[in-house]
Design a binder for this molecule. Structure first.
Ligand code: ARG
Length: 588
């Protein structure tokens, strides 16, 4: 349905036209001076130039035309030529009522039903998930949900890093540790026991050890490179070990992502793209797009409009090995073939910007995707510690995601058990939900491209712009509604009456922004806009709550109107947090 701003705009446009001015001047915005008015139109200022008239005269004429309208509580012209508008209580209540009745509160995005691939998560198999992957998972999950909500057919792919040097390092480390394994037998035939030759905890320790070793043991590094190449050319023993690594690692990754409430439709990885690589490279060579440069095969990506020089994209190294970009390109070949997507959204650290520029340009030049394919790279900033440097553990190492989550959940547990008695199991479960909310909201409330400081104390606070504060607001509404239901209050077909207090009107004015916010969050792929909105809703709700005796209200219709208003507030908040991938507990 149309937004309230659009409705006001139509009425004001008509007035501009009737006064002899172009309708396009009637642009309405939310007031940037809420102390003076709720909405404003500055069109008379712009029209003044075109019509060579004083802006105030134009504003006056338009206001004169609209003075009898039931849509406005107040419409006035103020010098030098602004039009200040307050909406009428009746009109506002009617609008809110119609939002309550509609599916998705009346949100009807224009462009829908597209197939969108969201490439996020991006964990590397056999390497522990660290906080660097947290942002990709959290932001990606929200971006994916926003796309779905807008009516698109969305495919989320974790796109595992499962084909790199880490595999060769693990294979060689395993050879040193367990030479008796059948895979290291020269005559290995390709049969292997179902039992993996390591547990997940062993695997997690094997990679960092091997990686450290490769830094000062050149021979070992050379062996790892060789094993990686062997794996990539289909060697049976290496492939068998690789399968083990993948099975063990994937099971663990699934568990971790499940704990984060992050869910993928596809569990594909770089390895799935490999079969497409030879033909892809050959056709780029045949078409003259790719050429040899210092033994490597490269594609130029520089465009006339670039302000700086961009290096060519290397698609094959001199030893024949494929690179990160090669895998991403071949993945596009597969995705086009299997899913025919209309658009792509990639999430990765913003330091990978050049990589994605190269991949997108080569994909278009090579005709892997359509020349006008809609491809977005959402690069995110770094999560820093309180010292402003990339987040580390106390001992200086890279913090594991599991530990980070446990820390924040423990902090929340401490808070919720501090001043009240709650059954221990319930308190743990609540801390799990609220802790995740603290973590995710702390991340999502910042514009993704910015760095932010991970601050457990601040994120877990029940006050301020935090996840727990938003959840606390929802839980508070739930508890009022539960009491109301326990009193036997009527709950269906409640009608909202025109607001009588300023705080009640403020809440409604905030709620009606929903349609604009959803559109902006969708178009800009910006979960932080939803965070801003629900923080505002929570603040104005709490203002209303402190001003109003909801359950003690004696007038039955007025009380029902309050209940209808707070139910809608709760439903909108719940729908918004779901788009952020955040859940809400029953109590907290
Ligand atoms: N595995 C990569 C990393 O850890 C991220 C993958 C991002 N997605 C992609 N299609 N390249 O940095």
């Amino acid at each position: 349905m149309k937004t309230i701003i659009e409705h006001i705009g139509e009425v004001v446009s008509k007035a501009f036209e009737e006064c002899g001015y172009d309708a396009s001047y009637a642009k309405i915005t939310i007031s940037n001076r809420p102390d003076l008015c709720e909405y404003q139109c500055n069109g008379a200022m712009a029209a003044a130039k075109a019509y060579k008239k004083a802006p105030f005269m134009i504003a006056d004429e338009v206001v004169e035309k609209l003075s009898g309208s039931s849509m406005f509580e107040k419409i006035e012209s103020v010098k030098p030529g602004f039009i200040n508008i307050n909406i009428s209580a009746g009109y506002l209540a009617d609008f809110v009522n119609s939002m309550s009745e509609k599916e998705k509160f009346g949100y009807e995005p224009e462009v829908t039903n597209k197939t969108v691939i969201v490439d996020y998560g991006g964990a590397n198999a056999a390497k522990p998930l660290h906080v660097g992957h947290l942002r990709s998972a959290v932001i990606g999950e929200s971006v994916k949900r926003i796309q779905k909500y807008a009516g698109n057919n969305v495919i989320g792919d974790v796109h595992l890093g499962d084909w790199g040097l880490q595999m060769g390092l693990i294979i060689e480390e395993l050879r040193d540790r367990k030479p008796e394994l059948p895979y290291f037998d020269e005559n290995y035939t390709g049969e292997y026991p179902a039992e993996p030759p390591f547990t997940i905890s062993e695997l997690e320790e094997i990679y960092p050890t091997a990686s450290a070793k490769s830094k000062d043991d050149e021979a070992f590094l050379a062996r790892a490179h060789e094993a990686t190449l062997k794996l990539q050319s289909g060697d049976k023993a290496c492939t068998a070990i690789w399968h083990h690594i993948m099975n063990v690692s994937k099971a663990d990754l699934k568990k971790n992502y499940d704990n984060l409430n992050v869910h993928f439709d596809l569990w594909k990885g770089e390895s799935d793209a490999q079969p497409y690589i030879p033909d892809m490279i050959q056709s780029m060579i045949d078409s003259g797009l790719a050429y040899e440069s210092q033994g490597a095969t490269v594609v130029d990506i520089q465009e006339d409009t670039d302000t700086k020089e961009l290096p060519p994209c290397i698609i094959r190294k001199s030893d024949g090995a494929a690179l990160y970009a090669t895998s991403d390109l071949a993945t596009l070949v597969e995705r086009e073939k299997m899913y025919h997507p209309d658009s792509y959204i990639y999430l990765a650290d913003k330091r990978q910007e050049l990589h994605f520029t190269q991949v997108f340009r080569v994909a278009k030049k090579a005709g892997i995707v359509k020349p006008d394919a809609d491809m977005t790279f959402l690069g995110f900033g770094t999560m820093n510690g309180n010292d402003g440097k990339p987040f580390k553990t106390r001992s200086g190492g890279v913090m594991r995601l599991e530990n980070l989550i446990a820390d924040i959940q423990d902090a929340v547990y401490g808070k919720i058990t501090e001043n009240r008695t709650m059954d221990q199991a319930e308190a743990r479960d609540t801390a799990r939900i609220v802790g995740l909310a603290a973590l995710k909201y702390g991340d999502l409330s910042n514009q993704a491209s910015k760095d932010y400081v991970f601050d457990v104390e601040r994120f877990t606070s029940f006050e301020g712009n935090t996840g727990p504060y938003i959840l606390y607001t929802i839980v508070r509404i739930k508890s009022i509604l539960a009491k109301y239901a326990a009193e036997g209050g009527k709950t269906d077909n409640l009608k909202l009456l025109p607001p009588v207090s300023a705080s009640e009107k403020n809440l409604e004015l905030a709620l009606v922004k929903y349609l604009d916010v959803m559109e902006a969050a969708y178009m800009d792929k910006a979960p932080h806009k939803i965070c801003q909105y629900i923080y505002e809703i929570s603040n104005v709700f709490n203002g209303f709550y402190h001003d109003t005796k909801i359950l003690a209200e004696q007038d039955k219709e007025r009380k029902e109107s309050y209940i209808s208003l707070i139910s809608l507030t709760k439903d909108i908040l719940l729908s918004c947090i779901d788009l952020l991938g955040i859940e809400c507990p029953e109590r907290m």
